[in-house]
Design a protein around this ligand. Structure first.
Ligand SMILES: Nc1ncnc2c1ncn2[C@@H]1O[C@H](COP(=O)(O)OP(=O)(O)OP(=O)(O)O)[C@@H](O)[C@H]1O
Ligand SMILES: [Mg+2]
Length: 221
């Protein structure tokens, strides 16, 4: 489902050059939940950004669901993010002016899903993440764990093939993190999505089907 070949990415800031990714190659099968682990600065976010087409490698290729991501133009990348790859960020990334339900509905609006169908799917997803009672609250009126669950519901709204999450429990306390992890694990099963999750959380790692370790921009696949 996801295939990376020889990915390299260098950052140049002033006199400094950082080799953030060095010839990274690996494959992730459909329906697999992979934990991406490595210490701070090892290249996890850089790698996830390449997989989701948020950034381009200097060299190497990424294939997602048969699409050569590295060859897409901006329009193609927008379509990829609208249709097959969803992102969950450590900082939730919800739109503050919108209610929980409206946030979850954003990907469906982008796809011009008919209103009735959209509302039905939003209600189903909010129930799935245990927030059916909180549909009309704005992010500022929700706890961190609740906001992250809204972000997960939003990521799933467009029925993505691949879910990319960058430290989704990084800002949550242990217990809340655990409920988000259990939720993600359950969703991978029930929705059949492929998930790649950067994490420092030992429980998340233990529940993953496979662990990819990154150190200094290198992955041992
Ligand atoms: N925009 C940038 N400009 C310059 N250097 C960058 C940039 N983004 C990341 N880096 C560098 O690239 C390396 C990898 O960073 P990255 O954010 O991928 O690490 P990470 O594994 O996600 O770390 P963390 O666990 O702290 O989130 C680091 O050395 C970082 O300083
Ligand atoms: Mg990071």
């Amino acid at each position: 489902m996801v295939s990376a070949r020889g990915l390299s990415r260098t950052y140049v800031s002033g006199p400094q050059t950082v080799l953030a990714l060095r010839e990274v190659s690996f494959d992730v099968a459909a329906g697999e939940m992979v934990a991406l682990v490595g210490r701070s600065g090892s290249g996890k976010t850089t790698l996830l950004n390449m997989l989701g087409g948020l950034d381009r490698p200097d060299s190497g290729t990424v294939q997602v669901d048969g699409v050569e991501v590295t060859e897409l133009d901006d329009g193609g990348l927008s379509a990829l993010r609208r249709e097959s790859v969803a992102y969950v960020f450590q900082s939730f990334g919800l739109l503050p002016a919108l209610t929980a339900a409206e946030n979850v509905g954003v990907p469906l609006r982008l796809r011009r899903t008919p209103v009735a169908e959209r509302e039905e799917r939003v209600a189903l997803l909010l129930d799935l993440v245990g927030l059916g009672e909180h549909a009309l609250q704005r992010p500022s009126e929700l706890s961190g764990g609740q906001q992250q669950r809204v972000a997960i519901a939003r990521a799933l709204a467009g029925s993505p093939r691949v879910l990319i999450a960058d430290e989704p429990t990084g800002q949550l306390d242990a217990e809340t993190g655990l409920s988000v992890i259990a939720l993600l694990r359950g969703i991978v099963e029930s929705e059949g999505v492929t998930a790649i999750i950067a994490t420092h959380d030992a429980v998340m790692v233990s529940l993953a089907d496979r662990v990819l370790t990154i150190a200094d921009g290198r992955v041992d696949a």
